[in-house]
Design a protein around this ligand. Structure first.
Ligand SMILES: [Zn+2]
Length: 213
């Protein structure tokens, strides 16, 4: 298989995996991978049942695509992330239930659990609401992901970037789990948050562990 065939096949498989995990339903959400000077992205209106390898759309670095193709309406968010985050090779955007629940509070997912640190900081930021498919949302999401692996999108969902497609899907799944756990914790009262000391120790431990690997 050519590189492009492999990329298309992996992206379709990942799209179906995200749906099978229950992170996206109907035609919500979209996935992309960096490819050549642009990206391959799921088409607008796609669902796990209808998506095909041939239906994926190549959008070049200038935001252009072949006549007749219809990339996801949120393609600008993906393009902005590839432009702003050099290490990003895959992007997963979902409207998963608990991410939406927390994002509708229009505030970050705070550092209530040490695994929040796996997203690259002491919280998972929440980008303010703006209309889907717009340049404003694209720029805000890309700015948030310069220093994080994922962010919430207020009154909308979440978006994650990683060096691999598998990694980006894993982050989307992990963020949904952590938002669910946060919602559960909040039902018992205001959760205790980790302190600055805890975070310093966490990131020291992560650094030490990665040196050993
Ligand atoms: Zn969306």
């Amino acid at each position: 298989m050519s590189d492009e065939q492999t990329a298309r096949s992996e992206l379709v498989a990942a799209y179906r995996q995200v749906a099978a995990l229950g992170l996206n339903q109907l035609a919500s959400g979209n996935l992309s991978v960096r490819f050549q000077a642009g990206m391959l992205i799921s088409p607008t209106g796609a669902s796990a049942e209808t998506l095909t390898e041939a239906g994926l759309v190549y959008v070049d670095g200038e935001g252009r695509w072949a006549a007749g193709a219809r990339p996801s309406s949120e393609w600008q968010m993906h393009t902005a992330i590839y432009r702003e985050v050099p290490g990003a090779n895959a992007v997963v955007h979902t409207h998963s239930d608990y991410c939406v629940a927390v994002a509708c509070q229009n505030r970050p997912l705070p550092g209530f659990h040490y695994l929040i640190g796996l997203f690259g900081g002491e919280d998972v930021p929440c980008v303010p609401y703006s209309t889907f498919g717009g340049e404003e949302l694209a720029e805000a999401a890309a700015a948030a992901l310069r220093h994080r692996k994922a962010c919430l999108l207020a009154n909308h969902g979440m978006i994650a970037q990683a060096s691999t497609l598998k990694g980006a899907v894993g982050l989307a799944q992990r963020l949904e789990i952590m938002c669910r756990q946060y919602v559960l914790a909040c039902q018992l009262g205001e959760p205790t948050l980790l302190t600055q000391t805890h975070w310093h120790e966490f990131f020291d431990r992560v650094t030490q562990a990665s040196y050993r690997n």
